[in-house]
Design a protein around this ligand. Sequence first.
Ligand code: ZN
Length: 350
Amino acid sequence: MLARALTLGLLLAAWMVPETLRAQAGGAASPPAAADPADPPTPSIPAIGVRNTRYLDVPASALGPAVDPAKGYRLQDLGRGLYMVTDNVYQSMFLVYDRGVVVIDAPPSYAPHIPQAIAEVTSRPITHVVYSHSHTDHIGGTRALGGHPIIIAHQETLRLLKRAADPGRPLPTVTFADRYTLRVGTQVLELSYHGDAHEPGNIFIYAPVQRVLMAVDLVFPGWMMWRRFAVAHDIPGVFAQVEEIRQLPWRTFVGGHVARTGTHADVDLQAEFMRDVRRAAAAALAATKPGEGLDPRDAANPWALFDDYIDRVAAKCVNALVPAWSTRLAAFDVYVWDQCYAMEQSLRID
Ligand SMILES: [Zn+2]
């Protein structure tokens, strides 16, 4: 029994050590023990919790124009009075009309620069702020905009912000349930709610004149989604909303993250990746037996049984995705394990 436990321990250790590290060790480590039939092959991407000493290169296609370090932000003209502001990690927008400016989101990472970015194109005051959703990393810089703007958000966002009681996120003054059309001068913003996905209250913001759609934390043009389908509150909802985004007739997409704006090809690519993760996780679940290879002394520990089972499912899911995807989305290696763990859980319980 002790020998069996030691073998399992060695196997586990071998599984946790990235291929690259073992290659660097010059094969001096003891040869791998005979494979336990329950163990999938070691994925080439280090698992969660294992230090990655060198991440995959970021493809040039994922990068946008550089940010001038002296300014700390980049301004991108989206046409007819609509602009994107970004620090190449976060993205927000502002819309200029005849008497003022509507700001959409104020990420704290660069919100103090938003008035400066607006001043590059107009001296008109900020009259309105639209919140995409309640998360502080997208709206926590609202106070830096100054004044007392009208703040528009979904009613769920108001509920969540009341609960948060965060002085950095002033409460919305206008809320809606399904749709809200903001008309200012000749400019229009169509706000709409498509249900829970990333977070209750997260809305689509469409500028019909410019044909620009902003929807935050759902699509990451050129990049792997942030971990666990961008910390999705509801994973099936995220799949449905990415599909909705794919089918809407916008010309430019603003996702709230990464450097550049998105195209339909970007959304198609992410949707294809999501379908592949779902397929890979479903196949791994079907091909894996709970408890197989588990030390019999752990048989009375259901948490251990599931931990062992789910680790094997996730490893098979990662293995299935590596050949096709490791060079197609930037930072694939950073979050592929997280996506597989999130997907297998969603498939089992949602
Ligand atoms: Zn968010």
